[in-house]
Design a protein around this ligand. Sequence first.
Ligand code: TXA
Ligand code: MG
Length: 328
Amino acid sequence: MTKISVSSPKAIKQASKILQEGGIVALPTETVYGLAANAIDEKAVAKIFSAKKRPSFNPLIIHLPNMEEAQKYAEFNDIAKSLAARFWPGALTMILPKKKNTNLSNLVTAGLDTIAIRVPANKIMQQVLKISALPLAAPSANKSGSPSPTTAEHVAKSLGSEVDMILAAGKCELGLESTIIDMTSKQIVILRPGAIIAEDIEDIIGYKPEYDFGIHEKPKSPGQTLRHYAPSIPIRLNAVDIRKDEALLAFGSTKFMGIRGGGRISDLPDYAFKNLSEKGDLYEAASNLFLMLRELDNGKNKSIAVMNIPNNEIGIAINERLERAASS
Ligand code: TXA
Ligand code: MG
């Protein structure tokens, strides 16, 4: 198993060197851990697809340290520039027309003429971007289809033997992947909801962008196939009580929850009970979602019941991930 390196200046330099030499490194971002490679190096990018068992038609996000670098790879219209000025560095990914004649590996964009770009805020990721001086292709550092990792230990569990290094920096602040918006048609569309919500974007663009998660129709984003973020055991949503053999992923108070056939939620063993946020805070819940899904998928539980999560603000992103995790 790959050794996890705590992100000291020395480890950050080492990670940058591995990337320059064509290796793949898992590293923290403010959303989830990413699995990074030099986006110019075809062989390095291929290693990401093979480590994740990711289908080659599913393109990657390019991470850059700032707007100046980002403009080398994509065409930014005035609205895209305003969004970048407001939300970068941060948890917003924009799908933009790809600049012609870039030196990027074709694998990164899966042959599309659009490109997904993000300037991340996480300090360690920023340092790696600056020291390596590379555009970094980085999907979430999990096996394709399973929940994204929010700790270095989760990366080690799912990809430990495949990556050259894991740079660790505790739990990711947001815990859910970036908001993805499609900037390539007349009206801006949210393809993947995240911590930056429709109303935040509306403040800049003057109208509320529509959602198109591609859950029920053909997805615009190749990665939006239905089943995703899924633990190895079944998930049941909007539970108002649980069955005898179910674990509970709670949100807020469990006062009115019961166990069918009798029994109290408070008597559930630790391995069968997690609360996303006792005080009912959606941001706390978002940061715990993937972590707790993994903790409940521990070999002792047969299935997970999830309490209702309010479908507003970042709750929309939580519910979108849960709906995918629950679909089979
Ligand atoms: O928060 C995040 O975005 C994390 C961190 C590491 O930055 N990354 C991440 O990457 O979630 P990934 O590969 O797990 O998800 C990227 C999504 C995929 O669903 C992919 O299909 C979509 O972005 N995507 C990438 N390029 C695209 C394009 N040109 N057009 C449409 N969708 C695209
Ligand atoms: Mg992913």
